[in-house]
Design a protein around this ligand. Structure first.
Ligand code: BG6
Length: 485
């Protein structure tokens, strides 16, 4: 029997709420994963009338890629649980009023607001007596722009909530393919014996986006690719690839192992930042055959800026499993394609019994496609059929497409998974304070390094694979980035 759990979206008339949260909540409702008595509250300042609010909710839900169909019957029952509450979330009187209207039950407060107002909101919740031990708080990035500012924000949360009540979202962790990383590694016997420096040559993590920074230029310009993407999403992927087996499938056991990876990252600072990182900034170019403006020509852009829209990093994990295995990371806006993938490049076989040109042998590779065309591909060498005297080998992929393999299953959105886990009180897919502190420490080193050595972003054309030096980062190690296939 599901417990009543009222979900209050503070900032409930905002973009994130309409685009991601309400559609996710609708899907959970449709799948009967919310208790019938649970309310969904859109807490806002009254930008919309109640009619307009609900109409907007429906419009965005219908437009969501993850919602198959919005039928009148389930929409009617969904809207019965929706409460559009107009008030000031920093005023304890309004929170009390809301509690009265919601009635009994556990409460999840989802702060879909800028972090600058987390402090007064949490204080008001505390003063209103709305925070019980079962009350949960969900917060979104950006949680700070450095270790210090993260600590400041985090400490304001701790004045009202405890760690077990705080759910820090990294939406990548909610993606099906990202959750599958641990399942894949730990539930297939043939990966673990090979998953180490003896057999793996290097790892590549690419998160390429075709969109630009337009529309949120001012926010992005303060952040840049390193803070916006690497500090959270890419580092979390690295943790899942590199971590040891957790002793139990419990939130803290998994997060302990991820933390160890973060703490083992080789520091990057002024002494090595130029050899280990590449920064880029996009210029005008064409993406999907459409001409797009450069970063400095986007709407609201300043005439000059040294913010990076692309970053490539050669990271190293200094522990027994990974010593000497580079993890090459790259992410950028306005790349040719939108795709995220992880490539595990294995070492060559040592004794080649077939006498062929060694350059014709491609070493085994495991490609984990996170988005789009979600799936896993194992590249294996095979003999090309034929009668010729000389054996010819070819690298062929054993290709698993999730869409085909799980045709019968709907793939839920990241937010569905994450919100559901909050209602269930499961923190596995949420970041703990110490993970974030460690991630910021690593990133701060790079940012300070860039400043000290005055490392500016190199220009790259929109629609390209990033700046030339990003290719050079691997070429100088005798390696190459995997092309998107
Ligand atoms: C967000 C970043 O966290 O992730 C955005 O702030 C980025 O800049 C987005 O576009 C990418 O997410 P996804 O799910 O589209 O890969």
């Amino acid at each position: 029997m599901l417990k009543t759990c009222n979900i209050v979206i503070v900032g409930g008339e905002g973009d994130l709420a309409f685009r991601k949260l309400y559609p996710a909540l609708y899907s959970l409702h449709k799948e009967s994963l919310l208790a019938e008595s649970s309310k969904i509250v859109g807490f806002g300042r009254g930008k919309f009338t109640p009619e307009k609010f609900i109409a907007n909710m429906r419009k965005w839900t219908e437009e969501s890629d993850y919602v198959n169909n919005v039928d009148d019957e389930s929409w009617a029952s969904f809207s019965e649980r929706v409460l559009h509450f107009v008030g000031d979330a920093t005023d304890p009187k309004d929170i009390k009023k809301l509690q009265k209207e919601m009635g009994d039950g556990e409460i999840v407060f989802y702060l879909s607001t800028p972090p600058s107002i987390f402090a007064p909101i949490c204080k008001a919740m505390g003063e209103a007596g709305a925070v019980a031990d079962t009350t949960r708080l969900v917060v979104e990035k950006p949680l700070g722009s450095s270790r210090e500012s993260f600590n400041d924000i985090n400490n304001t949360l701790f004045e009202t909530f405890e760690e077990h009540q705080i759910y820090r979202i990294d939406h990548y962790l909610g993606k099906e393919t990202v959750q599958n990383l641990l399942a894949l590694r730990f539930s297939n016997i043939f990966f673990e014996p090979l998953w180490n420096r003896h057999y793996i040559d290097h790892v590549q993590v690419t998160v390429a986006e075709s969109v630009g920074a337009g529309g949120r230029w001012s926010y992005y310009n303060e952040s840049g690719a390193l803070r916006d993407m690497v500090q959270n999403h890419l580092l979390q992927l690295v943790c899942l690839v590199a971590m040891e087996f957790p002793s139990r499938n419990k939130a803290d056991d998994i997060r302990d192992e991820k933390l160890k990876v973060i703490r083992s990252l080789k520091p990057i600072d002024a002494s090595n930042v130029q050899t280990l990182t590449v920064r880029g900034q996009y210029t005008e170019g064409s993406v999907s055959q459409k001409l797009v403006p450069g970063y400095l020509q986007e709407k609201d852009a300043l005439p000059a800026s040294d913010t990076e829209t692309f970053v490539a990093i050669k990271a190293e994990i200094q522990n027994n499993r990974w010593q000497g295995v580079p993890f090459y990371l790259r992410t950028g806006k306005r790349m040719a394609e939108r795709y995220s993938e992880i490539v595990i490049q294995f070492k060559p076989v040592i004794f080649k019994f077939i006498d062929i040109d060694p350059n014709a042998i491609n070493n085994n590779q495991l490609v984990i496609r996170l988005q789009p065309n979600e799936g896993v591909e194992m590249k294996l060498m095979n003999k090309v059929p034929g009668l010729s005297e000389k054996t010819t080998l070819q690298n062929v992929g054993l290709n698993l497409s999730f869409e085909e393999a799980f045709e019968e299953h709907r793939s839920p959105s990241a937010y569905e998974r994450l919100i559901l886990d909050v209602t269930r009180g499961d923190q596995t897919l949420f970041m703990r304070s110490d993970e974030l502190r460690g991630a910021w420490r690593w990133v701060d080193g790079m940012i300070d390094g860039w400043e000290t050595v005055q490392q500016k972003p190199q220009k790259y054309k929109s629609g390209s694979a990033g700046p030339d030096d990003a290719l050079g980062l691997l070429i100088k190690d005798g390696r190459k980035w995997q092309d998107y296939e």
